[in-house]
Design a protein around this ligand. Structure first.
Ligand SMILES: [Zn+2]
Length: 288
């Protein structure tokens, strides 16, 4: 029997994604890290790469582009491990700073193996208010899922997110039904959504839906319920912690975007109803 173990696969990402999405204590293969590396000299990060990060400054309070201010690193050969710090500043307010620490080594080709050591302020996404409204009473569990995800604990994050989807299934489906009802759709999808809601689990409920969701709720042309279904139904048993982390990240990202779509459909409808009400209330002026 072979003693050789299969090597775990390292996710391949670009440097911008590494800064924005990779939690501390995780390693990736960066596909554009050494883009400006002249042969046999010290490597440096391409300064045109600007991560989109959360800025809490009162001028910003949202995701903004950050630019490179300073880089410190060990000046080692291509064959050794390099230790680096890089500092970014918010392009919008010019005040908020973010520092990353990472290790990297070249893989013999043009890619780099990069490990994130840490970052200050600490890694982590904020829960948008629209998502909070959607998951309501399960905010704490969702927050724990994000804390697990931030620490790179994939199985934990995945389990928390799945639990939130299962326990908030009724609420999520009610919101979808509300949104679908204001869009021009066949009655069929509304009936299907109502019947699916009666299922006990999120995956079973989604599995029941055969009709397509209206265009306004799709994410990059895909039905978000089916995307969530694919990620959640993968299960925990056949996957590594790293793979579960990727599924957990996908669940969170799709849920964030879906909450946004639902909210904008309902808001557009409220605005329209308001306008109709106002215009309908106008009395025709008497002719002179
Ligand atoms: Zn800012």
């Amino acid at each position: 029997m072979s003693e050789e173990k299969e090597k775990p696969t390292i996710p391949e990402v670009d440097f911008k994604t590494f800064l924005e999405e990779t939690p501390p204590n995780h390693t990736v293969k960066c596909i554009d890290f050494d883009i400006q590396r002249p042969k046999h000299t010290v490597s440096s990060v391409n300064e045109n790469i600007e991560p989109l990060l959360y800025c809490p400054h009162e001028k910003c309070k949202g995701n903004r582009l950050f630019f490179t201010r300073t880089q410190y690193g060990t000046h080692l050969s291509d064959k050794e491990l390099n230790m680096n710090f890089i500092k970014y500043t918010c392009r919008n307010c010019g005040v908020t700073e973010k520092v990353f620490a990472y290790l990297h080594e070249f893989d013999g080709g043009y890619n780099s193996i990069v490990a994130k050591v840490g970052e200050i302020p600490k890694f982590g996404k904020r829960v948008p208010e629209k998502v909070n409204k959607l998951i309501k009473s399960e905010r704490d569990l969702f927050f724990k899922g994000m804390a697990n995800e931030n620490q790179g604990m994939g199985i934990g994050a995945f389990s928390y997110y799945r639990r939130v989807l299962d326990s908030q299934k009724d609420r999520i489906f009610d919101k979808i039904i509300q949104a679908v009802e204001v869009l021009p759709v066949d009655k069929e999808i509304i009936e299907e959504l109502k019947a699916a809601k009666a299922e006990t689990q999120f995956t079973k409920a989604v599995d029941k839906i055969k009709a397509a969701l209206p265009q306004g709720l799709l994410i990059s042309g895909h039905n978000p319920l089916k995307l969530l279904y694919s990620a959640v139904s993968e299960g925990l048993h056949n996957h590594t912690d790293e793979e579960c982390l990727q599924y957990a990240q996908s669940i969170r990202l799709v849920l964030f975007e879906f909450a946004e779509r639902l909210d904008s459909v309902l808001k557009a409808n409220r605005d329209l109803s308001g306008a109709v009400k106002m215009l309908a209330g106008l009395k025709p002026k008497a002719k002179a």
